[in-house]
Design a protein around this ligand. Structure first.
Ligand code: MD3
Ligand code: FE
Length: 203
């Protein structure tokens, strides 16, 4: 059903397409409660990517560090609940990749505009690295950077398109990865942006 990219990584092209309307509707409600914001890295830099979250835990960054927290610091309220259509899509994709029983408690939502990227990093703020991560791409094409387990290793470039789902875990869970600065034509429906939903089990 998909393409195996690494020992623990699977790519399911266009798998989210039938769910795009449900995802867009959910996203609209989430943004009304928890609008886009540009987080500050612990080093004091404003991130080029705008972010928000849904689920019981949201990823946050400021001068004090990176962490998951139950309350949106902008509103003082809990993050919007994860819409069932979001959780179900992530669970199904994880199961297809050989990770049954994936129940995400955090969905980080990233928005890229042309020129915005995400430099190479590892996702290591989650408690159980045995749990996979599921990423859903919407809108403009992006060049995904797929590195090794050490920062210096050269990164492979992989295009990600509207509707693609990437699932990674196991031996690939701690790979360095990033997104090259966004470029190219606007998406016919989503315009000059790419949105990525990243599902995780944080605790
Ligand atoms: C990690 N987001 O939010 S997800 C992040 O598209 C993040 O917004 C990117 O990295 C985004 O932390 C990329 C896709 C991804 C795919 C494969 C990976 C991340 C991966 C393989 C190993 C480790
Ligand atoms: Fe990441």
């Amino acid at each position: 059903a998909g393409e195996q990219i690494g020992a623990g990584t699977w790519l399911f092209r266009q798998r989210a397409l039938p769910e795009v309307a449900a995802l867009a509707g959910g996203l609209r409600l989430i943004l009304a409660q928890a609008p886009w914001r540009h987080l500050i890295t612990p080093g004091g830099h404003r991130m080029a990517v705008a972010m928000t979250n849904c689920g019981t835990l949201g990823w946050h960054s400021d001068e004090a560090g990176y962490r998951y927290q139950p309350v949106d610091p902008l509103s003082g309220h809990p993050w919007p609940a994860m819409p069932p259509a979001f959780a179900e899509l992530a669970r199904q994709a994880a199961a297809l990749a050989g990770y049954p029983d994936f129940h995400p408690d955090a969905c980080l939502i990233n928005r890229y505009r042309p020129g915005a990227g995400l430099s190479l990093h590892q996702d290591r703020n989650e408690q159980d690295h045995g749990q996979p991560v599921v990423s859903v791409s919407l809108g403009m094409e992006a060049r995904f950077l797929w590195g090794g387990l050490q920062r210096g290793q050269t990164a492979l470039k992989l295009p990600l398109y509207h509707g693609d789902i990437l699932v990674w875990g196991g031996p690939d869970r701690l790979r360095f990865h990033g997104i090259a600065p966004l470029q190219g034509p606007p998406h016919p429906e989503w315009g000059l942006k790419r949105i990525n939903l990243t599902f995780r089990r944080a605790r």
